[in-house]
Ligand binder design. Structure first.
Ligand code: NDP
Length: 328
């Protein structure tokens, strides 16, 4: 029989986790034959709500769900963790300064990085969803010196999926026919969704679309501010789509990306494409055997260069701010 995989989810009583946990338990993330041990981390005030979520998970009678533990102690939560999905983060509240937001999240992700370092399984893979996701991942990574930097990532798969969705709407093809979309930089409004290398039904996407004005003035801003549009329409932030993208991210990292395609993940830069080493920035990546590799040797034109640089400079500013606060 296959050994169970321990999956730790933080912010486990929140909206995104609510969309995630049932799919993880159903085997949609790690495979239909892999038993799951769930570890739910919450702040003390939300432990009771997490117990309610655990009751619902029990009531799913999922054959693969071998245990559920709920705790407010990060050391317990990450003990033996093979996969860490860091969803819990301090949201910006009214009147909160940017520095306050960075220091509240800096404290959380410092603690979680240390707990991962000291307790997780040797093969741990970490996905940070809680915002500011790239910089929270940077802080966790820097507080886990014994864990390879390549085990830390932040979510830009939702942006990647949103980019595919816009191309689907524009061209009428199925989502599976849109390949090699790239998202570069920060998971923020400066991100650069890039169709330069994308294909639609095997043909160059930009040629199929043949509408540069749409790409620059509709596609890019629509993907960049999609989260805000959903808040305006729904009255609360995107949760199910963020959960679904998180499942996609971990599944492809563990199981591998499709032949002739790639995905976007924010990972520690090795200096590729001029992104300063050590920043957690989104790149097109392929995955195999549980490891990602940044897609090499893509031609970057002036238009793309300018947009990548803009988003990366925002990441550098965030890094400078959390350095000043002593988190990295
Ligand atoms: P959600 O589950 O809706 O969101 C959680 C985090 O994901 C937020 O930081 C949110 O950012 C971020 N996020 C990333 N991508 C997206 C996206 N595309 N759309 C929406 N959100 C995105 O928040 P809830 O408030 O429902 O739940 C958070 C839970 O975390 C609470 O239960 C809280 O108790 C817990 N928490 C746990 C901590 C811990 O484990 N130590 C610490 C702090 C909180 P944004 O804020 O920008 O929307």
């Amino acid at each position: 029989s296959i050994a169970p995989v321990t999956v730790t989810v933080t912010g486990a009583s929140g909206q995104i986790a609510y969309g995630m946990l049932f799919r993880i338990a159903a085997g949609e993330m790690l495979g239909a034959d892999v038993p799951i041990k769930l570890r739910l981390l919450e702040i003390p005030a939300a432990v009771s709500a997490a117990e309610g979520v655990a009751m619902e998970l029990e009531d799913g009678a999922f054959p693969l769900l071998s245990s559920i533990d709920i705790t407010d102690d990060p050391d317990v939560a990450f003990s033996g963790a093979n996969v860490g999905m860091l969803v819990g983060a301090r949201p910006r509240s009214k009147g909160m300064e940017r520095a306050d937001l960075l220091s509240a999240n800096g404290a959380i992700f410092t603690a979680h990085g240390k707990a991962i370092n000291n307790n997780a399984a040797s093969d741990v893979k970490v996905l940070v969803v809680g915002n500011p996701a790239n910089t929270n991942a940077l802080i966790a990574m820097n507080n886990a010196p014994d864990v390879p930097d390549t085990r830390f990532s932040a979510l830009t798969r939702l942006d990647h999926n949103r980019a595919i969705a816009q191309v689907v709407k524009k061209t009428g093809v199925r989502a599976s026919s849109v390949r090699k979309v790239s998202v570069w930089g920060n998971h923020s409004a400066t991100q650069y969704p890039d169709l330069s290398h994308a294909t639609v039904a095997g043909e160059p996407a930009l040629a199929v679309i043949n509408d540069r004005d749409w790409v620059e003035n509709d596609f890019i801003p629509t993907v960049q501010v999609r989260g805000t549009a959903i808040i305006a329409a729904r009255g609360s932030s995107s949760a199910a789509s963020a959960a679904s993208a998180s499942i996609d991210h971990v599944r492809d990292w563990v199981i591998g990306t499709a032949e002739d395609d790639w995905v976007s993940m924010a990972v520690c830069s090795d200096g590729s494409y001029g992104v300063p080493e050590g920043l957690i920035s989104s790149f097109p990546v392929t995955c195999a055997d549980g490891e990602f590799a940044i897609v090499p040797d893509l031609a970057i034109d002036d238009f793309s260069r300018e947009r990548i640089d803009l988003s990366v400079s925002e990441l550098e500013q965030e890094r400078a701010a959390v350095r000043e606060l002593g988190f990295v």
